[in-house]
Design a protein around this ligand. Structure first.
Ligand code: UDP
Length: 241
């Protein structure tokens, strides 16, 4: 085991859309293969590794602006989508011999373990990769907020938010070639400038619990391990610069 990692425990948040890779299907097997190898090298640094995955490649609730029971139904569908994604990632990890546990925020014991913090911490200490599914278990939230919540509960040193771009920009880099990438930002800058990082609840939860966020490109090979080894990649968001 390599002990170069500067963090003890981190949580990685992946959007469901990332799993589509370059395809229009819910899953791109090539992306999944690449992802599990990234996780393998990251895990080999000795860090305790937890994951929260979204469901946007399959279903997102709330898009029809439904409210009340209809909204809850849609959100339940979204949370179930995250369970499908979590099982897919676990399958990939299993294929390369990495031990992982899927925990769900909504009990479904035939499918996965029900989230109990103490059990999750035991699994992390045993070197298992944790995959936290079904978001917070409640409608009206996002998996970004679930990631912040789990990171706070577990006492993670860093929340790594994997996206298709390599950090936070002043504008959309796809449409504005003059958009500038930030190396570092404060939570207040993100909140006041309404920068598209994570939803407000997720950002506020990280700020209140002093958990820095690193926004990085999940498409860049080796980046996760580079960050764990202390290299500056992506955009780091913290309390003060
Ligand atoms: N969701 C929810 N509560 C949660 C987390 C997620 O209701 O705590 C639902 C919500 O409908 C959301 C969907 O699950 O749209 C998928 O999650 P998200 O949109 O965060 O996935 P991502 O954009 O990261 O793929």
């Amino acid at each position: 085991m390599n002990t170069s990692c500067r963090y003890k425990r981190v949580l990685v948040k992946l959007s469901g859309e990332a799993l589509m890779g370059d395809t229009r299907n819910a899953f791109d097997p090539r992306f999944l293969d690449g992802l599990v190898h990234e996780l393998q090298t990251a895990h080999a640094t000795g860090v305790q590794l937890a994951l929260v995955v979204g469901g946007g490649n399959i279903y997102r609730g709330g898009l029809g602006h439904d409210q009340g029971p209809a909204r809850s139904r849609g959100d339940h569908m979204g949370m179930l989508a995250t369970v499908i994604n979590s099982l897919a990632i676990q399958g990939g990890l299993e294929k390369i011999g990495l031990s992982s546990v899927v925990y769900t925020a909504i009990p479904m014991p035939q499918v996965a373990e029900t989230f109990v913090l103490r059990h999750a911490l035991d699994d992390l200490a045993r070197g298992r990769i944790l995959i936290c599914a079904a978001g917070t278990g409640n409608p009206y939230f996002t998996t970004d907020t679930a990631a912040s919540l789990r990171a706070a509960e577990m006492g993670a040193d860093l929340l790594l938010k994997g996206t298709k771009v390599d950090g936070v920009y002043s504008d959309d880099p796809k449409t504005n070639h003059n958009a500038q990438r930030y190396d570092q930002l404060t939570f207040d800058q993100v909140l006041h400038q309404k920068l598209q990082v994570m939803d407000l609840t997720a950002i506020s939860l990280c700020q209140a619990n002093k958990i820095p966020i690193m926004v990085f490109s999940i498409l860049e090979r080796g980046v996760l391990t580079a960050i764990l080894n202390g290299e500056q990649r992506g955009t780091l968001i913290k309390e003060a610069l």
